[in-house]
Design a protein around this ligand. Sequence first.
Ligand code: M6R
Length: 611
Amino acid sequence: MCGIVGYVGKNQAPSILIDGLNKLEYRGYDSAGMAVHDGKNINMLKTKGRLSNLIKLLIEHPLKGTLGIGHTRWATHGAPSDINSHPHMSEDHVIAVVHNGIIENYMEIKEELAEKGFHFVSETDTEIIAHLIDSYYKEGLSFEKSVFKAVSRLEGAYALGIICRDCPDTLIAVRKGSPLVVGNGNGENFIASDIPALLNYTREVYFLEEDEIAVLTPDDIKIYDKNENPVKRDIYHVTWDIEAAEKSGYAHFMLKEIHEQPKIVRETILKRVPENGEGIVLDNIKLGKEELDNIDRIYVVACGTAYYAGLIGKHLIEKVCRIPVVSEVASEFRYKDPILDDRTLLIVVSQSGETADTLEALRIAKRSGARVLAVVNAVGSSIAREADDVFYILAGPEIAVASTKAYSAQVAAMYILTCHIAVAIGKMSKDEFKAVKEELYTIPGKIEYILQKESVEKRLAEKYKGVRNVFYIGRGLDYLVSQEGSLKLKEIAYLHSEAYAAGELKHGPIAMIDENTLVVAIAVQEELIEKTISNIKEVKARGAKAMAIAMKGNTKIADVADDVIYIPRTMGLLAPVLANIPNQLFAYYMALNLGTDIDKPRNLAKSVTVE
Ligand code: M6R
């Protein structure tokens, strides 16, 4: 989704804006631009395509000034083009705006402004914001007041960065539904859609809350609520380093993040299941016996990869705790007219904590009196702030659009939550927990072992680089791992792939199987393996190639599959996190062979802040 950066201070803004935009590239974009105040006027450069196009333009037409806003656009209203790129300016270049999100009532405002004689040059919803602010400014309101008045008219979800020709040291930021952080520097201040854009300059940040407006000058940051009341906000000190958001010698962020998984899963587990402690440490998360006794139903709601991690949670809670759990993709949740009341627990899962559909599901649940537990990575994100309780997964910044390490940490969180609930309601004895705990500690080392053998997936990706049709199959938990494996291949290798419950193949999709099809069978749930072996035989009989992922020692499967990737042995319930690693590596090397833009796959955005 769009990335915003803004700067006001004593240094030249253009290079700071480019650096910030560079750090936000992972969000996905199709054009880039900036507006810089030179002390007298606002000058703007913007272009379709990569940031390198903007840098080229800047070299040809340098901008100078110590106040500026920059933007990477992910098209929603109007195709990617120079003219639709941000910033957008009022007609006489008094106001310049960058925007992330969607203005739902922009047509109505556009018509109203057009009647007053304003002209529009782009197809975007954003352009009306510049004109609307300008219209109030021309009526005699101050820059600040004009922004307040304009914002009170806007419906939708948005984050804005705004500058005015007549205020050469003022940057205004607005947040409603789309993320925005304010960076506090020394004689300089910043805004950005995400922390990595600020880390070269400051570690002191403010997270803006919903409907807040920040007014930044070089030496001051004032935050107001929508009624123009000043707001006091605690500063947040970012503890992680810029290196965490850089590639550290890996060819891609995705590969780096895949390799970070042993460490991250270890940290997620140890924080909650300390080696020298008796049980599980959930800190302030209210999920004790008393709270659980007051819960009749649990929902797990999320999108994409986070949804697939949530599905593992549903399966585990039902299997181990014997509590019914409903799982829904967040974008469908509201249409199901979900049964929600104060005896409902909604577990939302989100890496970014900003996914619009997941956030909306959370709000619907809260309005109905349900409790919300968020399993989130991004500290201070909207979902983390609005949930009743937060289980941080400690994965650190995930930059590659394709989620890998967050999935593993989310699944680890599901193991921990399941054990916690099971122990609390007496479905898991102390001894059973002790056995799971000991096995949990071995998981990071086993991930490490799989990663050391990544040449296997590399070789298989080379072997299968010609396939154009892939089915991922499995039963039980293996089917859930198949879904995530299939998504990863689609996202980064742009290959048609589908995940099917292995038993469902013969009810239709088997018609598509031929000698050009690859079937990836996840077969680590050993009690189900015989049946999955039969399914492999069925697809092989129809000409498909079969690649299996199985636990070490399972030799039977090697007799039927063309290739087998072995993972270390573990308890069936803990196997998904291991079985998924070969899928990640296979997708990565398939994409590498196909030459796609692995970290920033086409059409995708890291943080999907529109519904
Ligand atoms: O930030 P979130 O976890 O809420 O994001 C949810 C999905 O958009 C995300 O998992 C998406 O499917 C990824 N690109 C998957 O790799």
